[in-house]
Design a protein around this ligand. Structure first.
Ligand SMILES: C[S@@+](CC[C@H](N)C(=O)[O-])C[C@H]1O[C@@H](n2cnc3c(N)ncnc32)[C@H](O)[C@@H]1O
Length: 246
């Protein structure tokens, strides 16, 4: 019997994850892991991260309005990533780092822990079918991986128009030992933050907006987190706090 390797067509190959700062892109694989964020965006400013930034309206506006802070965005859709990266380059935003890739993969493999004072997730794909729920950015299985990036006392901001997903995220966050959760009933003080929010507000849709703050020094992983996430987020080998959290 002869075995031969068949190369998948170009379109089936995963795109190489790109890292873009100040108009310069390079492959993630060429950089150290975890990424040295201070080397990529040198400054003493605190970090904020947006996951799934789409066309980048919120992220780019924040980076322009707050030059004393640093912003990191993750977006897996190449079309949107390139659009936002081109806009950032034209605007000369030196306090912005953009990563093109799947957020949970990037969080697990490339980003350090406890670097972001704020994480923003607005109108993530809701994956409404039950068999697809495991693809959601925020669920019991993934929440620890996302929260791992927050500094103690940091804050996660979330919004969705898909109300069952909003309910589920509220439940997952509220049952997390490290978080105190509040709902922003009347909208953000400054008005809609993203393109999707502006569109849905104009259409009069209901929106769930949540703010979840980590208590400084709080222990804890989500009690229903999946073992693979716990393995990626917990520093201890078997027998440590991971076991207690189950
Ligand atoms: C519905 S759009 C919302 C865009 C923007 N946040 C807004 O509110 O206007 C969701 C975006 O999140 C991105 N996205 C969804 N899941 C992602 C993931 N796991 N990793 C990276 N990006 C993701 C999608 O590619 C898409 O651009």
């Amino acid at each position: 019997m002869t075995l031969c390797a068949i190369a998948p067509p170009e379109t089936m190959l995963p795109r190489e994850i790109q890292v873009t700062t100040a108009g310069r892109s390079r492959p993630l694989a060429a950089l150290p892991s975890p990424l040295d964020l201070d080397a990529l965006v040198p400054s003493a400013g605190p970090w904020e991260m947006e996951i799934g930034f789409g066309k980048g309206r919120f992220l780019l506006a924040q980076a322009a309005a707050c030059p004393e802070r640093r912003f990191l965005g993750i977006e897996r859709a190449g079309k949107y990533f390139r659009l936002a990266a081109a806009r950032a380059g034209r605007r000369g935003l030196g306090n912005l780092l953009l990563l093109e890739g799947e957020a949970l993969f990037v969080l697990a493999t490339a980003l350090p822990g406890a670097f972001a004072q704020a994480i923003h997730i607005y109108f993530p794909d809701p994956w409404p079918k039950a068999r697809h729920h495991r693809r959601r950015l925020l669920d019991a299985e993934s929440v620890d991986l996302v929260l791992r990036a927050l500094t103690p006392g940091g804050c996660l901001f979330f919004a969705t128009d898909f109300l069952p997903y909003g309910e589920r995220v509220r439940e997952v966050l509220a049952s997390h030992g490290a978080l105190s959760v509040s709902e922003i009933e009347v909208g953000w003080p400054e008005g809609p933050r993203t393109n999707y929010e502006a569109k849905y507000v104009a259409e009069g849709r209901s929106i769930v907006r949540l703010e979840a703050r980590t208590a400084a020094g709080a222990p804890g992983l989500h009690p229903r987190g999946a073992p693979w996430v716990l393995a990626a987020t917990a520093p201890d080998p078997v027998g440590g706090p991971r076991e207690e959290a189950r």
